[in-house]
Design a protein around this ligand. Sequence first.
Ligand code: ZN
Length: 63
Amino acid sequence: MKCLNCHAPLEMAPNQLYARCPSCRSLFMNVAGDWQHYPVDQAEQESIERSLGFPDAADETAE
Ligand SMILES: [Zn+2]
């Protein structure tokens, strides 16, 4: 599975129903076998990713 925007390899959520792009940070969801863009508010993206089961992005908290 590759990002529909930038074609980078996507990182799958543990439930395999969501994926995120480590490159452009787009979120995608699997709808009946089709991957569709999952638009989220940028301010809520981190908490949404966490609730979907993604590990925290390592580069977010590093100083
Ligand atoms: Zn991307």
